[in-house]
Design a protein around this ligand. Structure first.
Ligand SMILES: CCCCC/C=C\C/C=C\CCC/C=C/C(=O)SCCNC(=O)CCNC(=O)[C@H](O)C(C)(C)COP(=O)(O)OP(=O)(O)OC[C@H]1O[C@@H](n2cnc3c(N)ncnc32)[C@H](O)[C@@H]1OP(=O)(O)O
Length: 304
């Protein structure tokens, strides 16, 4: 539904796109004449995240739409968090399928252009948005099922790992895993914790050190995904799985999910600022910037 009302937001919120979008979503809106700056709410309508609700079934399908590869730009992360929050607050929705609108790609992971050649303030803002996305997804009260309909490296894999269940398309070209070491970077401890909670310590150690990207059948074997189905059945299977999980009373399932996940999330919550500082100083190193530039160049050359 298109929003057309004119709203007022505090002018300080216009400093940064992330703050601007978040403030609008959280309703930090001053009454008319409150000294804010007029903007049209239409600007906050989601462009990079499509949400298709099915109130009768109590579910929604959330599709990432950031062509060509659904890289997790600051804008996409912001919209994802806002869309999720809206769904969390919608009493008619109890479960969500996360999938992609980009053919053959679930998500290429964090946007390398957000981590290359920018200034420390930008890195800090970006990393805060990555943390926020992970915390919101990982601790969501909704049932989340990933319908992995394409390649899912690094941050793409992380999104899938936050879900309660993962269905992947049976195409050997689609790979999933935390491949950070191949880029000369290191998966943060909370990426690692999420993986360990999913596939266990030994398998994680091997996968993380080698930066393994698993094709679907191997991902199934190692426990990174729960089901592999033909591509045209990924979304319908995810919706059936969602229905099974939603047969459990919400309060009991939510308390159980929280009991299982809170200690892992708390590790980050207790040191969010330090984690941002770590990221900024790590990513700002000349050697790391060089590695990322070279990796991006290689991706571009692959075409030509
Ligand atoms: C002890 C100290 C520890 C301190 C630790 C502290 C902090 C931790 C520090 C850092 C943590 C960072 C964690 C990072 C997580 C990430 O997610 S990094 C991103 C990893 N992603 C990848 O490796 C995937 C790269 N992409 C691909 O492999 C392929 O693009 C593909 C997804 C398989 C799709 O292939 P294809 O369909 O052939 O498309 P192209 O390769 O041709 O790509 C099209 C264009 O998209 C650009 N692109 C691809 N991926 C990204 C990306 N992730 N970000 C930005 N842009 C991307 C690609 O360059 C092409 O661009 P052009 O069209 O050529 O301009």
């Amino acid at each position: 539904m298109a929003l057309t009302a004119v709203i007022r937001v505090p002018s300080r919120a216009l400093l940064r796109p992330w703050a601007r979008l978040r403030d609008a979503a959280l309703g930090w809106i001053e009454p008319a004449g409150g000294g804010g700056v007029e903007v049209s709410a239409q600007r906050f309508a989601s462009q990079k995240v499509l949400v298709e609700p099915d109130p009768a079934a109590g579910v929604a399908v959330m599709k990432f739409k950031n062509p060509p590869v659904n890289s997790l730009s600051l804008e996409l992360l912001t919209e994802l968090v806002i869309s999720l929050e809206k769904l969390e607050n919608d009493k008619t929705v109890r479960g969500v399928v996360l999938t992609s609108d980009c053919p053959g790609i679930f998500s290429a992971g964090l946007d390398l252009t957000e981590m290359c050649g920018r200034n420390p303030a930008h890195y800090a803002e970006y990393w805060k948005a990555v943390q926020e996305m992970w915390l919101r997804l990982y601790l969501s009260n909704l049932v989340l099922v990933a319908a992995i309909n394409g390649a899912s490296p690094a941050g793409g894999c992380l999104i899938a790992l936050t879900c309660d269940y993962r269905v992947m398309a049976d195409n050997p070209k689609y790979c999933i895993g935390l491949n950070e070491t191949l880029l000369g970077i290191v998966a943060p401890f909370w990426f690692k914790d999420n993986l360990v909670n999913t596939i266990g310590h030994r398998a994680s150690e091997r996968a993380l050190q080698l930066g393994l990207l698993f094709p679907p059948t191997e991902a199934l074997q190692v426990g990174m995904v729960d089901k592999v189905v033909p591509k045209d059945q990924v979304q319908s299977t995810a919706l059936s799985v969602l229905a099974q999980w939603m047969a459990i009373p919400d309060h009991a399932r939510q308390l159980t999910k929280n009991m299982m996940r809170k200690p892992t999330a708390d590790r980050l919550l207790k040191q969010r600022d330090a984690d941002i500082q770590n990221f900024v100083s790590f990513i700002s190193r000349d050697s790391i910037q060089k590695s990322l530039q070279m990796y991006l160049e290689k991706l571009k050359q692959k075409k030509g």
